[in-house]
Write a protein that binds this ligand. Structure first.
Ligand code: CA
Length: 265
């Protein structure tokens, strides 16, 4: 019997297994992480350093990547940036670096979550699930095409892609949720707690990291914090979406219509 069949009562059906790339140079930790992920119903690809990881990633892109920061050769930070340059795949950093700067730096580089070592492997598996859930289009809102500023920004949150000022780009799962949360409450101020809840659904990022995600979002949307067109900072309060939403007609003509979905209830 293969190990990944050992706990079939809890595992997902084989056809829908999601694949996690684990980048970790310490064999013992890699083995534990692999074991728990497999037991949790995931397929696991392993890489011992950044270059192996990039090769594995290019060969067959995974559904999520877990990255250690202290790696031989290419650093984990450089690996996160290299992956982010070509993909919006969810990334969780698992590192012994515990400083706020390391954590914020990793999020700024595009990581979706950060776990400090030593970590409980059960918790890591739950975070993998949580980050993957964030990435799934879970609400009707995420399935809709959104258009702002007379077509200046067109977003497909469910697919995590957008076109802004004629440039196409990708959003991380976290950025997509923050954008939808802000735009849904257009005109009203959302505080960091509200955004955190919308973005992470209760996983344990701190409100400070919302600022990093919002900064990343602004960069992608060419939104100058000093003279914003999309996201306004309200000091001591939070953020407010100020880009005017386009009428439905503009949404439909901006690009081909999204696939029909039944109003599932
Ligand atoms: Ca290491």
């Amino acid at each position: 019997m293969r190990l990944d069949e050992a706990d079939s009562s809890r595992a997902q059906p084989v056809l829908t297994r999601q694949r996690v790339l684990v980048v970790e140079d310490e064999v013992r930790i890699r083995e534990i992480v692999r074991l728990y992920l497999v037991r949790g119903g995931f397929d696991v690809i392993e890489a011992a350093d950044g270059r192996d990881a990039l090769a594995a990633f290019d060969a067959d892109p995974p559904d999520l990547v877990v990255v250690d920061l202290l790696l031989p050769g290419l650093t984990g930070e450089a690996l996160v940036r290299a992956i982010r340059d070509v993909s919006d795949v969810p990334i969780i950093v698992a590192s012994a670096k515990r400083g706020d700067d390391d954590r914020i730096g990793a999020l700024r580089d595009g990581a979706d979550d950060y776990v400090t070592k030593p970590f409980n492997p059960v918790e890591l598996v739950e975070r993998v699930r949580a980050v993957l859930r964030r990435g799934a289009p879970a609400t009707a809102r995420l399935d809709r095409r959104l258009s702002f500023g007379a077509g200046r920004l067109v977003v497909e949150p469910g697919l995590r892609r957008f076109v802004c000022d004629g440039r196409a780009g990708r959003l991380t799962p976290t950025e997509a949720r923050i954008l939808v949360a802000l735009a849904s409450g257009a005109g009203s101020v959302l505080d960091r707690e509200q955004l955190l809840h919308a973005a992470t659904r209760g996983t344990s990022e701190t409100t400070r990291t919302i600022d990093v995600h919002v900064a990343n979002l602004r960069r992608k949307l060419a939104d100058d914090p000093a003279a914003p067109w999309a996201i306004e900072t309200i000091p001591d309060a939070g953020y407010r979406w100020i880009a005017p939403a386009d009428p439905m007609d503009a949404r439909e003509t901006a690009a081909p219509a999204a696939p029909q979905r039944r109003a599932a209830k």
